[in-house]
Design a protein around this ligand. Structure first.
Ligand code: WTA
Length: 656
């Protein structure tokens, strides 16, 4: 056991669910027992009970050609029908599906009946443009109801969507459209972000510009344009206004059932190489696990809950926990167009108060940035409707977890820290509220029906108290079915390392209770003098210091120790004065990490900066910080949310 890494696991706080919560909880311990007794039958029951099958399946899993799985493959269903029509047929047409809130404060309510009607018309529009089963449709939209309507219309036709996050550039759109040979692009003139209209269509125009002999034959025949920003846009022959086509569309559309393994979407995610991977998901298994996890992890009471997942539909969290899981379960949701701090820093809390949100699901990076601003802002709003909180996307340090619990959850709402990936499609590791005693900083336990292990490089289980690599040991319903157009890369990336286990690329540790702690990507694990250190662990130690608001740690090449720890920290607004009075703040923080973890983990350098380089989804780009730490020219910054950040950081570091 490595005593240095053990620090993070000294977390002794545990929070048992309240009697009241437990006695009304959707999740039960019986789920674990049932899944353990017969894993496949457990998933088959979820699939039958949570979804409507036009043709019931008789085969649960076909794993005869690993790593290519087929789930429920002789069954047929329509994904959009499961998310829409059946709720209306069941008498819930008047239930609100979305409370949509524009950044400017305009709002729109869509009931299940209204959403179903919109999707039927949109399906007719798309079919009229030649879209049918298997065709790819690229979607590049802001967070407006049409984003969800488009995705479901594509799904209704058995076609395949590829949603491209609205912050991506023309080049990224082009490579995604080309890779999938999309026939249609759905976009908007623009959308509201940070108090301004941010244009979208010009990026699509640039992406589709004639390329002479250089590119492949342009596959796109039409571009459908939603009017949202009201900004002037250029017009070409292939463009059509969404509202004009919708006005002409027939209202009725019969949903056809497709086989369970019919592709549902491609979502591009970055790998270790420069070329994004098109992660492929299919229908029946994906929808089953999304619906199951959304129901039990978020303790869903569809009649009374108002659920808000802040993720953009351009990311997997938006796919699984804004669109497919919640809608399959008939949930009522909030959908918000804008940024958290526009027009004021309490915008999110204001929305929670307005819609009486009960269930709130967001990312640690957002929690930490609110923490930085202080509790005064959320305290101005009535957050008493909240009864459950969720976290996703990166390890949440115990400090941020406790703040989330205290300030947002009024020390009562359970927190579920959910680990999963674009590739896994749905949640894999999480506490179940009402059942699990929660522990700040740990994602804890695999959900029922999911088999996870932590192993060493040879694939051997590491045992409690030890660290290693996170693997999934059995196929699961919402697993990726491959990388679009590249089955070899799928095998190589995820399966070749262990042969029979899915390699997630994350480091993890089992504590003495057997709970799982995620330690960041293994490419973010450093090796200092032969000791393995996790960036997440040192960041957590730094953030535990009263001065620190945020921290990012990288391993920089070092002649003596192999790698050295280099930290970049942001000081809390409220601590600026106090920290300025300290003579050598870097020394204080180095000492603090030394105390918390051990001398080996003490950062060689601590740089105090005002900003950290983050992608648009909020992930810290350590690669760029490594460039700074190693004194290199900073590499490609195009995927940063704010590309000027690196100039500022480099300036601050070299001025030291
Ligand atoms: C990280 C987002 C710690 C992890 C759903 C994973 C997490 C990557 C957690 C996938 C968590 C996600 N705790 N780390 N609760 N959730 N991650 O594909 O490194 O955008 O491999 O999916 O995020 O990111 P992706």
């Amino acid at each position: 056991m490595n005593p240095q890494i053990d620090n993070l696991l000294h977390e002794s706080r545990k929070f048992a669910p309240s009697e009241e919560f437990s006695s009304n909880a959707v999740a039960t311990t019986a789920l674990y027992e049932e899944a353990k007794a017969d894993r496949l039958e457990f998933w088959a029951r979820q699939a039958r009970e949570l979804l409507h099958w036009e043709t019931p399946f008789t085969r649960t899993l076909d794993w005869s050609n690993p790593p290519f799985a087929k789930w429920f493959d002789d069954g047929k269903l329509n994904v959009a029908y499961n998310c829409l029509d059946r709720h209306v047929d069941a008498g819930n047409g008047d239930r609100v599906a979305f409370h949509w809130e524009g950044e400017q404060g305009d709002s729109r309510t869509l009931t299940y009946a209204e959403l179903t009607a919109e999707v039927k018309k949109a399906a007719n529009v798309l079919a009229g443009l030649g879209i049918g089963q298997g065709d790819r449709v690229a979607i590049y939209l802001p967070m407006i109801p049409e984003a969800v309507i488009s995705m479901l219309a594509v799904a209704r036709l058995g076609a395949v969507h590829s949603v491209i996050f609205g912050g991506f550039s023309a080049d990224s759109i082009r490579s995604r459209v080309d890779d999938a040979s999309a026939k249609l692009v759905i976009t908007a003139d623009g959308g509201w972000r940070k108090g301004k209209v941010s244009a979208l269509k010009p990026a699509v125009d640039a992406a589709l510009e004639a390329r002479g002999d250089l590119g492949p034959q342009d596959s796109v025949t039409h571009v459908l344009v939603v009017k949202r920003g009201e900004n002037e846009v250029e017009w070409t022959d292939r463009d059509l206004w969404w509202h004009e086509e919708m006005a002409k569309a027939e209202p009725e559309h019969e949903a056809e059932a497709f086989e369970a393994e019919n592709p549902l979407f491609i979502l591009y995610t970055s790998g270790t190489t420069g070329k994004p991977k098109g992660i492929l998901h299919t229908s029946g298994g994906y929808l089953t696990q999304c619906a199951f996890t959304h129901k039990v992890v978020f303790d869903l009471k569809p009649e009374s809950d108002v659920y808000w997942c802040t993720a953009d539909v351009g990311w997997i969290t938006g796919h699984s926990y804004v669109v497919y899981g919640p809608l399959a379960n008939g949930a009522t949701q909030v959908l918000y167009e804008g940024t958290p701090d526009t027009p004021h820093p309490g915008r999110w809390w204001e929305i929670i108060e307005k819609y009486k949100v009960t269930t709130f699901y967001t990312a640690p990076t957002a929690i930490r940035s609110f923490m930085k601003l202080g509790r005064k802002i959320p305290k101005q709003f009535d957050l008493s409707s909240i009864r459950l909180l969720g976290s996703v996307g990166e390890p949440i340090n115990p400090e941020a977890w406790m703040w989330y619990r205290k300030v947002i959850g009024a020390k009562a709402a359970p927190i579920v820290d959910t680990w999963w990936q674009t590739e896994t499609g749905a949640i894999m590791i999480s506490a179940l509220p009402g059942v699990t005693e929660t522990k700040p900083g740990s994602a804890q336990v695999p959900i029922p029906g999911i088999s996870i292990d932590v192993v060493d490089d040879d694939g051997t289980h590491v045992g409690t108290g030890n660290g290693g690599l996170l693997v999934v040991t059995e196929p699961w319903p919402s697993m990726l079915r491959g990388i679009w157009g590249d089955p070899e890369r799928y095998k190589e990336t995820y399966w070749d390392k262990f042969g029979d286990k899915y390699f997630a690329g994350d480091g993890a540790r089992l504590d003495h209770d057997g709970d799982i702690w995620l330690l960041g990507r293994v490419d973010d694990v450093m090796n200092v003098s032969g000791h393995r250190l996790s960036t997440a662990e040192i960041e957590s130690a730094l953030v535990a210091h009263p001065f620190t608001a945020e921290a990012a740690v990288v391993g920089a090449a070092d002649d003596t120790t192999g790698q050295a720890v280099v930290a970049f920290v942001i000081i809390k607004e409220s601590m600026l004065e106090e920290s300025a009075a300290v003579e050598d703040i870097a020394a204080v923080l180095r000492g603090h990490v030394g105390e918390q973890i051990g001398p080996i983990a003490r950062p060689r350098d601590v740089f105090v900066v005002n900003e950290l380089p983050k992608t648009r989804s909020g992930k810290i780009m350590r690669r760029l910080l490594r460039d700074v730490a190693e004194g290199r020219d900073v590499g490609d910054t195009t995927t940063l949310a704010d590309t000027t950040v690196m100039q500022i950081i480099t300036g601050q570091v070299t001025a030291k």
